[in-house]
Design a protein around this ligand. Structure first.
Ligand SMILES: C[S@@+](CC[C@H](N)C(=O)[O-])C[C@H]1O[C@@H](n2cnc3c(N)ncnc32)[C@H](O)[C@@H]1O
Length: 197
């Protein structure tokens, strides 16, 4: 079984998952990030500094699982499209892609930011990608959605200032089980497969 970690960065995902795969390939365009990833790499892992969207690499390989975390919402539209096209070519017919939308525009936190910007002088940040935009990038390029799970209903800051962490964890674990809350979650994890037919 083979796993490709696209935009693997410091290896957070590949180095966790490599225990479950006979081959793990991490791809990123930053040597510095790959150096960190290699320090904690499993025995069957390899790392490549290539831009798969423009360079012909791994052409003969097909993967059972491809992961792409915290990449798509940060990339511009052209790169998002080129990446989705590339990844579908690297996925086995029965393979799965897991990608996340970590800055969901409809999340409670980003709604609060927009409210503050509109009704007060608070300089709250303005960012985010909508679920529609994120999903279209994949469905336009041959993928279909199998499942989506939302995490991050509680409106946190990067500093995680709410002190009772166990309470936040309990609340989030409960919310993750409610599909109705997915559109209000800040981080949505998608499972995609190739479109059938
Ligand atoms: C936010 S990090 C990804 C984090 C990582 N996937 C994780 O969840 O821990 C974004 C990464 O994308 C990489 N990147 C940017 N453009 C890329 C491209 N065309 N191909 C591969 N990686 C790229 C950057 O070098 C950076 O390491």
């Amino acid at each position: 079984m083979g796993h490709l970690s696209f935009a693997c960065c410091t290896g957070r995902i590949i180095n966790f998952l490599s225990n479950f795969f006979s081959t793990s390939v991490g791809v990123d365009v930053s040597d510095n990030m790959l150096e960190v990833a290699k320090k904690n790499a499993g025995p069957h892992s390899m790392f490549l500094n290539v831009d798969l969207t423009s360079e012909k690499h791994l052409n003969d390989k097909k993967f059972d699982l491809i992961t792409a975390f915290r990449f798509f919402p940060n990339a511009q539209e052209d790169l998002r499209n080129a990446t989705a096209k590339t990844l579908i070519g690297l996925l086995k017919n029965e393979g799965l892609l897991v990608a996340n939308l970590h800055t969901n525009y409809g999340s409670i936190r980003l709604r609060i930011f927009r409210f503050l910007r509109f009704f007060s002088k608070v300089k709250a940040p303005d960012f985010g990608v909508s679920m529609n935009e994120f999903e279209k990038n994949f469905t336009d390029n041959g993928f279909e959605i199998v499942e989506k799970v939302g995490v991050g209903i509680f409106p946190e800051t990067e500093e995680r200032i709410f002190p009772i962490r166990s309470l936040v964890k309990f609340f989030e674990t409960f919310c993750m089980k409610l599909p109705v809350l997915v559109p209000y979650s800040e981080n949505i994890i998608y499972l995609f497969k190739k479109k059938s037919g």
